[in-house]
Design a protein around this ligand. Sequence first.
Ligand SMILES: C[S@@+](CC[C@H](N)C(=O)[O-])C[C@H]1O[C@@H](n2cnc3c(N)ncnc32)[C@H](O)[C@@H]1O
Length: 198
Amino acid sequence: MAYKPRDYYAKRAKEEKYPARSVYKLKEADQKYRLLKPGQAVLDLGAAPGSWSKYALERVGKKGLVVGIDINPVKISHPRFLFLPGDIFELEPEEIRQKTGVEFFDAVLSDMAPKTTGDRSGDHFRSVALAERALFFARKLLKPGGIFLVKVFEGEAFPRFVEEVKKDIGPVKRFRPKSTRASSREIFVLARRKAQKE
Ligand SMILES: C[S@@+](CC[C@H](N)C(=O)[O-])C[C@H]1O[C@@H](n2cnc3c(N)ncnc32)[C@H](O)[C@@H]1O
């Protein structure tokens, strides 16, 4: 299906001053599963153009912190927002600790997506590679009890990825937001970190 800039969610995002319609995916997950709370530290992987970070900033409030990472720029100027430009495959969790002063995050979110090529299988495997990298960051940086929310394009490697999340983080919920386009194969994997993990 062709991108329709004037669809309901795109229009609503514009009216509500979010840079992208994707904000409604996080908002729906947050309202359904009560993910974000005042005072939390949130790591937002694939943050550009910035709608998830903007929403997270509203939810974590004056005592919270949102750290965004992306190869593309995020134009948010906010005292509780830190942007680290870069490719997630070239950044390391320890570097993020050093640059942010945050040892463990309450939430690791990833809306990262590869540039889609039309090759469904290739797009799927590139998406899983990004999701695996997000899982690696969650393993290192997520607090016990913390939330891991990650986008994946479904395909043959999806069940194995879900098993990894279950093993490394905790029981998994699969979530497909209402605002996801009907033609999209994206799905979100959500897990809360078990208390005994690193
Ligand atoms: C769907 S957009 C994210 C939208 C964002 N959640 C928002 O609400 O504004 C996906 C993002 O993943 C980023 N991305 C893809 N590969 C990446 C990588 N290797 N390292 C960092 N970011 C990456 C893209 O640059 C893009 O901005």
